[in-house]
Design a binder for this molecule. Structure first.
Ligand code: G3H
Ligand code: 13P
Ligand code: ZN
Ligand code: NA
Length: 283
């Protein structure tokens, strides 16, 4: 069933577990995620990035995600990932997304608060949930020196002020993770997660979660993370399965035969994550 982001994340926040938010770009990825959610009886968030929307077209991606959500027996939210453009955020609301992320994290605190509030005003008027980002969650390609790393992380006092001045539904925090494939081992700042949770008491979001050790993710969840974003690990499951299949079936031309093992492999990976995050059995 199609639900808002808050309906899913408030339950996770109250009961101390996290829900996976998986990036969607086409039908097979959506089907793989929903199949895993049904199998594990897990609530789930389907999220499209601005790039994903550009690739599929907003009409296609919103229609596919909504059909998938409405058909599912488990709660499903349809979410915009990293909305940096106000018009894009509004367009997603118009197309039926039940949750949006406004990412104004590259701006100074005041401007981030102002843009977040602008989105909240219109989103909440129509019952759509809002995630914002404070701190800078970069890519693994961003070269940041160890002593500069602290400056990119979410400041605890700023997080308190941000939540007080916006009333945002969930907050993405920078605590040592990065988007894409890690080169080394990510070092999470667990004390920071704990402090932000204690002082804000709202659902917290971890981006860049592909490639993070499961024990670290479990610890992050125990300290207050309620939404875990995964894109890269699903991409890898997709690509690995296709390469594997084509290696033995060089002459295959039927897209269905090529994509079927990829869909199954993505579903397997997603289901495994749902068990680790603690969302399995919550639907
Ligand atoms: O946050 C980044 C997500 O992995 C989406 O990536 O912008 O290439 O669709 P993308
Ligand atoms: P990964 O690249 O680690 O999967 O992160 C995805 C993400 O944070 C999407 O917003
Ligand atoms: Zn992200
Ligand atoms: Na990552």
């Amino acid at each position: 069933m199609l639900v808002t982001g808050s309906e899913i994340l408030q339950d996770a926040h109250k009961n101390g577990y996290a829900v996976g938010a998986f990036n969607i770009n086409n039908m097979e990825i959506i089907q793989a995620i929903i199949e895993a959610a049904e199998e594990t009886k897990s609530p789930v968030i389907l999220q499209a990035s601005q790039g994903g929307i550009k690739y599929a077209g907003i009409e296609y991606i919103s229609a596919l995600a909504k059909v998938a959500a409405e058909k599912a027996t488990v709660p499903v939210a349809v979410h915009l990932d990293h909305g940096t453009d106000f018009d894009q955020v509004v367009k997603c609301i118009r197309y039926g997304f039940t949750s949006v992320m406004v990412d104004a994290s590259k701006y100074p605190l005041e401007e981030n608060i102002a843009m977040t509030n602008k989105v909240i005003e219109i989103a909440h008027a129509v019952g759509v949930s809002v995630e914002a980002e404070l701190g800078k969650i970069g890519g693994t390609e961003d070269h940041i020196k160890v002593d500069e790393r602290d400056a990119t992380m979410t400041n605890v006092d700023e997080a308190v002020r941000f939540v007080e001045e916006t009333g945002v539904d969930s907050l993405a925090i920078a605590v040592g993770t990065a988007h894409g494939v890690y080169k080394g081992k990510p070092e999470l700042d667990f004390d920071r997660i704990k402090a932000i949770k204690e002082k804000t008491n709202i659902p917290l979001v971890l981006h860049g979660s592909s490639g993070v050790a499961y024990e670290d993710l479990e610890k992050a969840v125990s300290l207050g993370i309620n939404k875990i974003n995964i894109d890269t690990d699903v991409r890898m499951a997709f690509a690995d399965a296709i390469k594997d299949f084509l290696k033995d079936n060089m002459d295959e031309i039927d897209p269905r035969k090529i994509l079927k093992p990829a869909r199954a492999n993505m579903s397997k990976v997603v289901a495994e994550k749902m068990r680790v995050f603690g969302s399995a059995g919550r639907a």
